[in-house]
Write a protein of this length. Structure first.
Length: 148
């Protein structure tokens, strides 16, 4: 299973989702690959936001080695699932799909809601971490059940 997490700049939400899910996958000894990217290209090559790194570290997840990447249409071939953090990311990623199979890989990370962007509000980093952490557990459970 190859999973891609996507947000706008690939420095806050998707690195958190990438790091949290990757840690949970490792803890459960699953043979999954988890990575992340952003729909915007402003931060390519940069580390995650210092506040995202700090909140992840607080809960035992190291995301400091990640580097921002820009979403590419080729990712539809590379990944089995593409989770996006909000509706604009969803629209931006889907606009790059050239077939139905690619579109079917794209899902809102929170099935019927969005992950708020904490970039402009320091107080959102902890609640966003908790929201992503809970959903990562659900994602593992859901995918694991499908494979049984």
């Amino acid at each position: 299973m190859k999973i891609l997490m996507v947000c706008l700049g690939n420095i806050c939400r998707s690195p958190l989702a990438h790091g949290i899910l990757k840690q949970k996958v490792k803890d459960k000894q699953l043979n999954w690959i988890v990575e992340s990217a952003g729909t915007g290209d402003w931060h390519i090559g940069e580390a995650p936001d210092r506040r995202a790194i700090a909140i992840a570290k607080k809960y035992g997840v190291d995301i400091s080695g990640q580097r921002a990447r820009h979403f590419q249409p080729a990712f539809f071939e590379e990944y089995d699932l593409i989770f996006v953090m909000d509706r604009q990311n969803f629209a931006d990623v889907c606009a790059q799909a050239d077939n139905k199979e690619s579109l079917e890989k794209v899902q809102l990370f929170l099935a019927d809601d969005i992950v708020p962007d904490p970039y402009f509000d320091d107080n959102l980093f902890d609640p966003v971490f908790q929201m992503i952490d809970k959903r990562c557990t659900e994602v593992i459970d859901k995918i694991s059940k499908k494979k049984e």
